[in-house]
Design a protein around this ligand. Structure first.
Ligand code: HEM
Length: 411
């Protein structure tokens, strides 16, 4: 167990996003069995599995965190960037019941388990094209050449972004996403670019909506545009929901595929087991999700003062429910530091819980299962070149910068 001094040092490095192996810190925090106030991050950290699970269902912890963004802006910027905060307030991940229940219902009609089954042939076709392209090189970067293009194409297909405009759309969504991805005074610096991207995004969707209403397709833009014509959804809500679905589903799935591949390369005996038994891919993907959860922290804001596990939480405090720590809790997962592609049961919390449980979970699972199995079917002798995992300095996501792999595909 770490000493207090070690804990302070680790927390300082963690707050800067530079603790590339956060798991010893998580273990130390879990042993305290209570929420921990991090001065550096300005938030409560919650790390035990049952506490994180409880926090995800507790109505006293709300998803609406707009107040936190507003109070970080200067009074002048609060007025200047009002539209940006309004846009964010309609993201599903920032809504609470009863509004959340309606918006979620609209998305659920389209993003369901059935959609994942319907998308299977599209995923298969895409992955064959990606692997054929990769096969013309001896070495590839698994992030840019493999884990990136599949979820980008799939989420854009789901939304209804025209072929050839995926990158343009992604750039706008990313530029908006930088704003909610930050906390504190830095928001004043990132808001102008995000606000500009939002204006362009509105124009992008105005154009798409006109086209889809004239020529309806089986995609989410068509569905939401029809709801907006029926008066059930404002144009602003529609743009927010579409932007949110992209940001919720693209980077997360990319990271699931990339982190899973890295885990297999760094655990060769598990990789060989999967190559010999591709039918184990279902439990393997669940173990990728548990062991290196793409979303490490799920954020909430305290709605009202209350005491929780011996700590006094104040209205307006930020709370970070650390899914990445909960998923290594020894009280729930036997031998939690062991990466085991056959782990059963595996009730990880990587897709959240309760009212906000991930709508795209079935789709993300299918994409990762097909991508990983097809990769090793084509390149069973591939080897990792990157000596140590190149984690990016972000605390909320487990995101690799590069993952160089030699394909060794000349028979
Ligand atoms: C490995 C990939 C993914 C991971 C790890 C992941 C994780 C999560 C988590 C933890 C939440 C809950 C957030 C909260 O409680 O505030 C969530 C919500 C959500 N996810 Fe995912 N997600 C993934 C892929 C996807 C995909 C592919 C889509 C879309 C097709 C998607 C759409 C959503 C939506 C719409 C929500 C909001 C649900 C709500 O607030 O009611 N996700 N996701």
């Amino acid at each position: 167990m770490s000493t207090e001094f070690d804990l302070d040092t680790a927390l300082n490095v963690y707050a800067k996003g530079e603790l590339f192996n956060p798991y010893p810190l998580y273990e130390t925090l879990r042993a305290r069995k209570e929420p921990f106030w991090s001065e550096n991050l300005g938030m409560w950290l919650v790390h035990g599995f049952t506490d994180v699970e409880e926090g995800l269902s507790d109505p006293r912890l709300q998803n609406d965190r707009i107040l936190g963004y507003e109070r970080s802006l200067t009074p002048e910027n609060r007025i200047k960037f009002k539209a940006l905060n309004e846009h964010l307030s309609h993201w599903l991940g920032f809504e609470d019941p009863p509004v959340h229940t309606h918006s979620r219902g609209y998305l659920k009609e389209y993003i369901s388990g059935k959609l994942a089954i319907r998308m299977k042939p599209v995923i298969q076709k895409q992955i064959q094209e990606i692997l054929a392209k990769a096969g013309s090189h001896s070495e590839i970067d698994l992030i840019t050449d493999f884990a990136y293009p599949l979820p980008l194409k799939i989420i854009c297909d789901l939304l209804g972004i025209e072929s050839g405009r995926e990158e343009e759309f992604k750039e706008l969504a990313d530029a908006i996403g930088v704003y909610p991805g930050n906390v504190g005074p830095i928001l004043n610096d990132v808001a102008p670019a995000a606000a500009l991207a939002l204006v362009k995004m509105e124009a992008f969707f105005d154009e798409m909506v006109v086209k889809r209403l004239a020529d309806p397709k089986d995609d989410l833009i068509t569905r939401l545009a029809q709801l907006s014509v029926e008066g059930l959804l404002s144009h602003q809500e529609m743009v927010s929901l579409l932007t949110f679905v992209f940001l919720a589903g693209f980077g997360t799935t990319l990271n699931l595929i990339a982190n899973g591949m890295m885990l297999l390369f760094t655990h060769p005996e598990e990789k060989e087991k999967l190559i010999a038994h591709p039918e184990m891919i279902g439990s393997a993907v669940e173990e990728f999700l548990r062991y290196e959860s793409p979303i490490q922290i799920v954020a909430r804001l305290v709605r009202e003062d209350f005491e929780w596990h011996g700590k006094q939480l104040g209205a307006g405090d930020y709370v970070g429910l650390i899914a990445g720590a909960a998923n290594r809790d020894e009280d729930i997962f036997p031998d939690p530091e062991r990466f085991d592609i056959g782990r059963e049961p595996n009730r990880h919390i990587a897709f959240g819980r309760a009212a906000h449980f991930c709508l795209g979970a079935p789709l993300a699972r299918v994409e990762a299962q097909i991508a990983v199995n097809e990769f090793f079917k084509k390149f069973p002798k591939a080897e990792m070149v990157t000596p140590v995992p190149d984690w990016l300095p972000i605390i909320s996501f487990r995101h690799l910068g590069t993952l160089k792999v030699k394909l060794n595909n000349e028979n």
